[in-house]
Ligand binder design. Structure first.
Ligand SMILES: Nc1ncnc2c1ncn2[C@@H]1O[C@H](COP(=O)(O)OP(=O)(O)OP(=O)(O)O)[C@@H](O)[C@H]1O
Length: 240
C-alpha cells in the first residue's frame, strides 16, 4: 500500500506538490497522470526517500521508505533508466545490488529471464538501447520480489512488443496481490493497464478513483484527462 497524505514539497519559491493526498492499493495497478511539471516525479522521489517532504507524509506499507531496513525487498522502483553504470554488464549490475541487499544470487538470473535480457546479460549496459535499459530497470525493481512496485514512464523507448509485454507484467504483478504504481504520459496505455487513476495538476489532486468511475461521465480517458487538466497545463505549444 502507498499512502500520500497532505504532501507538500517546495523548492525555494516553487511549490512542486501542494497538499496532495491519495492511496494506491495492493492488487491494483494505479496510474499516476498529470501534465508536464505537475509534481509526479517529485512525489515519487519523496515516496522513495530521495527527497524530503516540506510537510505531510508519503509512506510505503505504513512507514517511510527510508526507515525500512529491507530496502529492495520492501519496494522496487524504476525512476531513471540510466541508473546502471554503462561500463557494467546487466549481470554485474544486478549481482552487486543483490549482494548489498542481502538477496540470493539466483534472483539475478530469475529477473533477467523475467524481462527477456538473458541473451544479452553479459553485454555492457552502455551498449543497450533505451528499451533494453528500461527492461533492466524493471529487472532491478523486481530483484527483491517486493510487494510494492513503482515505475516512472516504464515503457518509454520500448517497442510495441515491449509495451505489450510490460502491460502483461504489470497486470500479473497486481494479480499476485502487489501494489503497482505507474507514472506515464501514455493515456491510451494507462486506460489499457490501470485499475485506478490519480490525476494531478500543479501539485494538486484533480481526480482519483477507478478508471471506470472517472470515465463514467462519458468520453475516453484522454478526453477526461484533457478536461480535468485544462486549467493546470503550464507548457502548451503555440503559447495558448
Ligand atoms: N530539484 C528541483 N529544484 C527546483 N524545482 C524543481 C526541482 N524538481 C522539480 N522542480 C519543479 O517542481 C515542479 C514539478 O516537477 P516534477 O518533475 O515533479 O513534475 P512532473 O509531473 O514529473 O513533470 P514531467 O511530466 O514533465 O516529468 C516543476 O515546476 C519543476 O520545475
Amino acid at each position: 500500500m502507498i499512502e500520500v497524505d497532505q504532501l507538500t514539497k517546495r523548492y525555494g519559491p516553487t511549490t512542486a506538490v501542494a497538499g496532495l493526498s491519495f492511496t494506491a492499493r495492493p492488487g491494483r495497478v494505479t496510474g499516476f497522470l498529470g501534465p508536464n511539471g505537475a509534481g509526479k516525479t517529485t512525489t515519487l522521489r519523496v515516496l522513495l526517500g530521495l527527497d524530503t517532504a516540506s510537510s505531510g507524509t508519503a509512506t510505503i506499507g505504513g512507514v517511510p521508505f527510508r526507515s525500512h531496513r529491507r530496502g529492495l525487498r520492501h519496494a522496487g522502483a524504476l525512476l531513471d533508466a540510466q541508473q546502471a553504470h554503462p561500463g557494467l554488464t546487466a549481470t554485474a549490475h544486478l549481482a552487486a545490488l543483490a549482494r548489498s541487499n542481502d538477496l540470493p544470487g539466483r534472483r539475478v538470473d530469475d529477473v533477467l529471464a523475467e524481462v527477456g535480457l538473458t541473451p544479452v546479460a553479459h553485454r555492457r549496459v552502455g551498449a543497450y538501447s533505451l528499451g533494453m535499459r528500461q527492461r533492466l530497470g524493471v529487472a532491478t525493481a523486481l530483484l527483491g520480489d517486493p510487494p510494492v512496485l513503482i515505475f516512472d514512464e516504464p515503457v518509454n523507448g520500448m517497442d510495441p512488443e515491449g509495451v505489450h509485454w510490460a502491460r502483461g507484467l504489470f497486470r500479473r504483478l497486481a494479480a499476485e496481490g502487489r501494489t503497482v504504481f505507474l507514472s506515464s504520459h501514455l493515456i491510451g496505455e494507462m486506460a489499457a493497464t490501470a485499475d485506478d487513476i490519480v490525476v494531478v495538476g500543479r501539485g494538486r489532486l484533480l481526480a482519483a478513483g477507478p478508471v471506470a468511475a472517472i470515465t463514467g461521465s462519458g468520453g475516453s480517458l484522454e478526453d477526461v484527462f484533457l478536461r480535468l487538466t485544462s486549467a493546470s497545463v503550464d507548457y502548451r505549444a503555440g503559447g495558448a
